[in-house]
Design a protein around this ligand. Structure first.
Ligand SMILES: NC(=O)c1ccc[n+]([C@@H]2O[C@H](COP(=O)([O-])OP(=O)(O)OC[C@H]3O[C@@H](n4cnc5c(N)ncnc54)[C@H](O)[C@@H]3O)[C@@H](O)[C@H]2O)c1
Length: 258
């Protein structure tokens, strides 16, 4: 890579992990493109960036036809290149296995899996032509668990693992690296609402005790700090040796094990 400013596109940059990644990557001097369906979320993220950051906000429902390719084009039009893609946008909701709906399956798969695959291909074309690039897909320990109340989400993340492996092979001849990272439980908006629904569906009114039990299932005995997970993503996106591809990095306090 030359000494040109490196550029990164982060999906789901309007909240949670994506928002923190945007701030950290801008602090590291990268030009950041922030994509999210939530315009207010993107506004909040922009305010967290250093004053001299080079940044664009792309308000887009990435599940819409052609939206991933359009987002990638906006980045290249603005910055001239795309060095890193972080596929972080995600959605998950609790539904009991018996009684689950096609609507939730479609909603979950369309952002977590289809949009991620289309985004990877669109960015992959730019990176192929550049002969360099790194893609980091955010997966989940759920992808390898049996979760009867969270099946659509778990299946979507198992799909992310499949896309990561395939993309790593498709893009390897061009020196483009594709890896994934599985975060442990972080206290973000998504995690909070999911666990409240889970408590309800499991008939638990003692929500604090329920959350404590879940925390104690993590071998390290605590939840993940967003910054710990972000540090892992930054490592894969910026610092990992260029021989690392098709890897799945478990950052879940021992919850998920190879
Ligand atoms: N929070 C956790 O404990 C946890 C654990 C494992 C994996 N993950 C994964 O980490 C990633 C980030 O999660 P988070 O907890 O920060 O979630 P979050 O809900 O706080 O943020 C997700 C962001 O994605 C955006 N988004 C959702 N649908 C979109 C769409 N159609 N188009 C564009 N943007 C869209 C949302 O607006 C939101 O800003 C997700 O992929 C999630 O599955 C989270």
């Amino acid at each position: 890579m030359t000494d040109q400013v490196r550029t990164v596109l982060i999906t789901g940059a309007g909240a949670g992990l994506g928002q923190r990644l945007a701030a950290l990557l801008a602090e590291r001097g990268l030009a950041v493109a922030l994509a999210d369906v939530s315009a207010p979320g993107l506004e909040r993220t922009l305010k967290l960036l250093p004053a001299d950051a080079s940044a664009i906000a792309i308000t887009s429902d990435l599940t819409a036809d052609g939206a991933p390719a359009a987002a990638v084009k906006q980045v290249v039009d603005a910055f001239g290149r795309l060095d890193i893609l972080i596929n972080n946008a995600g959605y998950g909701a609790i539904e009991p296995f018996l009684g689950m709906t096609a609507a939730l399956w479609h909603k979950t798969l369309s952002i977590n899996l289809v949009a991620l695959a289309m985004m990877t291909a669109a960015a992959g074309e730019v990176m192929r032509d550049q002969r360099s690039g790194r893609i980091v897909n955010i997966t989940s320990p759920a992808s390898r668990m049996a979760l009867p109340n969270y099946t659509a989400y778990a299946a979507s993340k198992a799909g992310v693992d499949a896309v990561t492996r395939a993309a790593a092979l498709a893009l390897a001849p061009f020196g483009v690296l594709v890896n994934s990272l599985a975060p442990g439980m972080m206290d973000t908006e998504m995690q909070r609402s999911t666990e409240l629904d889970l408590a309800r569906i499991e008939g638990r009114s003692d929500v604090e005790a329920f959350l404590d039990e879940r925390t104690r299932r993590v071998p390290l005995g605590r939840r993940a700090e967003i910054d710990e997970v972000a540090a892992g993503v930054l490592w894969l996106a910026l610092d990992a040796p260029p021989y690392v591809t098709a890897e799945r990095l478990n950052l879940s306090g021992g919850l998920d094990r190879d």
